[in-house]
Design a protein around this ligand. Structure first.
Ligand SMILES: NC(=O)c1ccc[n+]([C@@H]2O[C@H](COP(=O)([O-])OP(=O)(O)OC[C@H]3O[C@@H](n4cnc5c(N)ncnc54)[C@H](OP(=O)(O)O)[C@@H]3O)[C@@H](O)[C@H]2O)c1
Length: 191
Protein backbone atom coordinates (compact mmCIF):
# COMPACT_ATOMS: atom_id res chain seq x y z
CA UNK A 1 0.00 0.00 0.00
CA UNK A 2 1.23 3.48 -0.86
CA UNK A 3 2.69 5.48 2.04
CA UNK A 4 3.27 9.23 1.89
CA UNK A 5 6.68 9.91 3.42
CA UNK A 6 8.49 13.14 4.25
CA UNK A 7 12.14 12.11 3.91
CA UNK A 8 14.60 14.92 4.55
CA UNK A 9 17.90 15.86 6.07
CA UNK A 10 17.63 18.23 9.01
CA UNK A 11 20.05 20.12 11.21
CA UNK A 12 20.14 19.10 14.85
CA UNK A 13 18.07 22.19 15.65
CA UNK A 14 15.35 21.39 13.11
CA UNK A 15 16.12 23.32 9.93
CA UNK A 16 16.23 21.89 6.41
CA UNK A 17 17.97 24.91 4.85
CA UNK A 18 19.82 27.86 6.31
CA UNK A 19 18.69 31.49 6.16
CA UNK A 20 20.17 31.84 2.65
CA UNK A 21 18.30 28.70 1.46
CA UNK A 22 21.65 26.97 1.27
CA UNK A 23 22.38 23.28 1.82
CA UNK A 24 26.16 23.77 1.89
CA UNK A 25 26.20 22.79 5.58
CA UNK A 26 24.67 19.41 4.64
CA UNK A 27 27.19 18.52 1.97
CA UNK A 28 30.12 19.28 4.29
CA UNK A 29 29.21 16.31 6.48
CA UNK A 30 30.98 13.11 5.65
CA UNK A 31 33.61 11.88 8.01
CA UNK A 32 33.11 9.07 10.45
CA UNK A 33 31.26 6.52 8.36
CA UNK A 34 31.28 3.04 9.73
CA UNK A 35 28.25 1.63 8.00
CA UNK A 36 29.68 0.78 4.60
CA UNK A 37 26.93 2.69 2.83
CA UNK A 38 28.94 5.77 1.90
CA UNK A 39 30.03 8.53 4.19
CA UNK A 40 27.21 10.91 3.23
CA UNK A 41 24.39 8.54 4.14
CA UNK A 42 23.17 8.56 0.52
CA UNK A 43 23.11 4.78 0.37
CA UNK A 44 20.06 5.06 2.60
CA UNK A 45 18.48 7.48 0.16
CA UNK A 46 19.01 5.13 -2.78
CA UNK A 47 17.25 2.32 -0.93
CA UNK A 48 14.44 4.70 0.02
CA UNK A 49 14.00 6.04 -3.51
CA UNK A 50 13.89 2.54 -5.02
CA UNK A 51 10.42 2.26 -3.51
CA UNK A 52 9.21 5.73 -4.54
CA UNK A 53 6.69 5.97 -7.40
CA UNK A 54 5.92 9.72 -7.27
CA UNK A 55 7.35 12.76 -5.47
CA UNK A 56 6.49 16.38 -4.76
CA UNK A 57 8.30 19.57 -3.78
CA UNK A 58 7.82 23.32 -3.50
CA UNK A 59 9.21 25.85 -5.96
CA UNK A 60 12.12 26.91 -3.74
CA UNK A 61 13.39 23.36 -3.47
CA UNK A 62 12.95 22.81 -7.21
CA UNK A 63 14.81 26.02 -8.08
CA UNK A 64 17.59 25.12 -5.65
CA UNK A 65 18.09 21.84 -7.50
CA UNK A 66 17.94 23.60 -10.90
CA UNK A 67 20.55 26.14 -9.85
CA UNK A 68 22.91 24.09 -7.71
CA UNK A 69 22.92 20.50 -8.89
CA UNK A 70 24.86 19.10 -11.80
CA UNK A 71 22.74 19.09 -14.99
CA UNK A 72 22.68 15.29 -15.15
CA UNK A 73 21.86 14.90 -11.45
CA UNK A 74 18.07 14.76 -11.81
CA UNK A 75 18.16 11.84 -14.25
CA UNK A 76 20.81 10.05 -12.24
CA UNK A 77 18.91 10.33 -8.97
CA UNK A 78 15.26 10.33 -10.02
CA UNK A 79 15.15 8.90 -13.57
CA UNK A 80 11.70 9.49 -15.06
CA UNK A 81 9.82 9.08 -11.77
CA UNK A 82 7.02 11.68 -11.92
CA UNK A 83 7.44 14.79 -9.81
CA UNK A 84 4.82 17.41 -8.89
CA UNK A 85 6.14 20.91 -8.22
CA UNK A 86 3.95 23.39 -6.33
CA UNK A 87 4.27 26.97 -7.50
CA UNK A 88 2.33 30.12 -8.36
CA UNK A 89 5.01 31.08 -10.89
CA UNK A 90 4.34 30.88 -14.60
CA UNK A 91 7.71 29.42 -15.40
CA UNK A 92 10.33 27.42 -13.59
CA UNK A 93 13.88 26.79 -14.71
CA UNK A 94 13.70 23.69 -16.92
CA UNK A 95 15.70 20.64 -15.82
CA UNK A 96 16.74 18.21 -18.55
CA UNK A 97 14.96 14.87 -18.39
CA UNK A 98 12.78 15.83 -15.41
CA UNK A 99 9.24 14.43 -15.56
CA UNK A 100 7.58 17.40 -13.82
CA UNK A 101 3.96 18.47 -13.44
CA UNK A 102 3.40 22.04 -12.21
CA UNK A 103 0.53 22.42 -9.75
CA UNK A 104 -0.80 24.90 -7.20
CA UNK A 105 -3.30 25.20 -4.37
CA UNK A 106 -5.07 22.29 -2.65
CA UNK A 107 -2.80 19.31 -2.07
CA UNK A 108 -5.66 16.75 -2.01
CA UNK A 109 -6.28 16.33 -5.76
CA UNK A 110 -2.55 16.32 -6.35
CA UNK A 111 -2.13 13.58 -3.76
CA UNK A 112 -4.83 11.52 -5.51
CA UNK A 113 -3.00 11.86 -8.81
CA UNK A 114 0.27 10.93 -7.15
CA UNK A 115 -1.20 7.81 -5.54
CA UNK A 116 -2.50 6.70 -8.95
CA UNK A 117 0.88 7.36 -10.60
CA UNK A 118 2.83 5.65 -7.81
CA UNK A 119 1.09 2.37 -8.64
CA UNK A 120 1.57 0.86 -5.20
CA UNK A 121 4.96 2.40 -4.50
CA UNK A 122 5.44 5.22 -1.98
CA UNK A 123 5.09 8.98 -2.35
CA UNK A 124 8.05 11.11 -1.32
CA UNK A 125 7.42 14.62 -0.04
CA UNK A 126 10.74 16.39 -0.52
CA UNK A 127 9.81 19.63 1.22
CA UNK A 128 9.74 22.40 2.22
CA UNK A 129 8.15 22.16 5.60
CA UNK A 130 5.10 24.33 4.90
CA UNK A 131 4.13 22.23 1.88
CA UNK A 132 4.52 19.02 3.89
CA UNK A 133 2.45 20.71 6.61
CA UNK A 134 -0.35 21.19 4.06
CA UNK A 135 -0.35 17.43 3.42
CA UNK A 136 -0.31 16.76 7.18
CA UNK A 137 -3.25 19.16 7.69
CA UNK A 138 -5.31 16.98 5.33
CA UNK A 139 -4.29 13.72 7.04
CA UNK A 140 -2.17 12.81 4.02
CA UNK A 141 1.19 12.31 5.74
CA UNK A 142 1.97 8.76 6.93
CA UNK A 143 5.64 8.88 7.87
CA UNK A 144 8.53 11.23 8.58
CA UNK A 145 12.11 10.11 8.03
CA UNK A 146 14.43 12.78 9.39
CA UNK A 147 18.12 12.36 8.69
CA UNK A 148 19.65 14.30 11.55
CA UNK A 149 22.89 16.04 10.62
CA UNK A 150 25.60 17.04 13.13
CA UNK A 151 25.07 20.77 12.53
CA UNK A 152 23.14 23.53 14.27
CA UNK A 153 22.05 26.48 12.14
CA UNK A 154 20.26 28.78 14.55
CA UNK A 155 17.61 29.63 11.96
CA UNK A 156 16.40 28.92 8.45
CA UNK A 157 13.62 26.85 6.83
CA UNK A 158 11.90 24.79 9.55
CA UNK A 159 11.56 21.03 9.23
CA UNK A 160 7.80 21.00 9.79
CA UNK A 161 6.11 24.16 11.09
CA UNK A 162 3.16 22.34 12.64
CA UNK A 163 2.24 21.19 16.15
CA UNK A 164 2.19 17.39 16.03
CA UNK A 165 2.19 16.02 19.56
CA UNK A 166 3.38 12.62 20.71
CA UNK A 167 -0.17 11.30 20.45
CA UNK A 168 0.30 11.54 16.67
CA UNK A 169 3.97 10.69 16.25
CA UNK A 170 5.41 7.27 16.97
CA UNK A 171 9.12 6.48 16.68
CA UNK A 172 9.29 3.31 14.57
CA UNK A 173 12.96 3.10 13.62
CA UNK A 174 16.40 4.51 14.44
CA UNK A 175 19.39 3.91 12.23
CA UNK A 176 22.90 5.30 12.31
CA UNK A 177 24.62 6.05 8.99
CA UNK A 178 28.04 7.49 9.71
CA UNK A 179 27.52 10.99 11.11
CA UNK A 180 23.77 10.88 10.34
CA UNK A 181 20.95 9.39 12.38
CA UNK A 182 17.82 8.40 10.47
CA UNK A 183 14.76 8.75 12.69
CA UNK A 184 11.52 7.27 11.36
CA UNK A 185 8.17 8.33 12.81
CA UNK A 186 4.72 7.02 11.94
CA UNK A 187 2.20 9.87 11.76
CA UNK A 188 -1.26 9.17 13.18
CA UNK A 189 -4.46 10.91 12.14
CA UNK A 190 -5.79 13.84 14.18
CA UNK A 191 -8.36 12.74 16.77
N1 LIG B 1 17.55 19.38 3.94
C1 LIG B 1 16.91 18.81 2.94
O1 LIG B 1 17.05 17.61 2.68
C2 LIG B 1 15.96 19.64 2.14
C3 LIG B 1 14.85 19.04 1.56
C4 LIG B 1 13.97 19.84 0.87
C5 LIG B 1 14.20 21.20 0.75
N2 LIG B 1 15.30 21.73 1.31
C6 LIG B 1 15.56 23.17 1.21
O2 LIG B 1 14.70 23.80 2.14
C7 LIG B 1 14.26 25.01 1.63
C8 LIG B 1 12.76 24.97 1.64
O3 LIG B 1 12.32 26.24 1.55
P1 LIG B 1 10.76 26.55 1.54
O4 LIG B 1 10.16 25.97 2.75
O5 LIG B 1 10.65 28.01 1.26
O6 LIG B 1 10.33 25.79 0.27
P2 LIG B 1 9.50 25.07 -0.78
O7 LIG B 1 8.32 24.34 -0.25
O8 LIG B 1 10.47 24.28 -1.60
O9 LIG B 1 8.99 26.29 -1.65
C9 LIG B 1 8.02 27.18 -1.16
C10 LIG B 1 7.35 27.75 -2.35
O10 LIG B 1 6.62 26.74 -3.04
C11 LIG B 1 5.45 27.28 -3.60
N3 LIG B 1 4.30 26.60 -2.98
C12 LIG B 1 4.27 25.88 -1.83
N4 LIG B 1 3.03 25.39 -1.61
C13 LIG B 1 2.27 25.81 -2.65
C14 LIG B 1 0.92 25.62 -3.02
N5 LIG B 1 0.07 24.88 -2.27
N6 LIG B 1 0.48 26.17 -4.18
C15 LIG B 1 1.32 26.88 -4.97
N7 LIG B 1 2.61 27.12 -4.66
C16 LIG B 1 3.08 26.58 -3.53
C17 LIG B 1 5.48 28.77 -3.29
O11 LIG B 1 6.25 29.38 -4.31
P3 LIG B 1 5.77 30.52 -5.31
O12 LIG B 1 4.56 31.17 -4.70
O13 LIG B 1 6.94 31.41 -5.43
O14 LIG B 1 5.50 29.85 -6.59
C18 LIG B 1 6.31 28.82 -2.02
O15 LIG B 1 6.92 30.04 -1.80
C19 LIG B 1 14.86 25.16 0.25
O16 LIG B 1 16.00 25.96 0.31
C20 LIG B 1 15.26 23.75 -0.12
O17 LIG B 1 16.37 23.68 -0.99
C21 LIG B 1 16.16 20.99 2.02
Amino acid sequence: MTKTVYYTATSLDGFIADQDNSLGWLFQVGAGDDTGEGSDGLGGFKAFFANVGAFAMGATTYEWIAENQDKAAWEIWYGDTPCWVFTHRRKLTPIAGANVTIVQGDVRPVHEAMVAAANGKNIWLVGGGELVGAFADQGLLDEIVASVTPVTLGGGAPLLPRRLLSSRLRLTDVERAGQFVHLTYGVGRAA
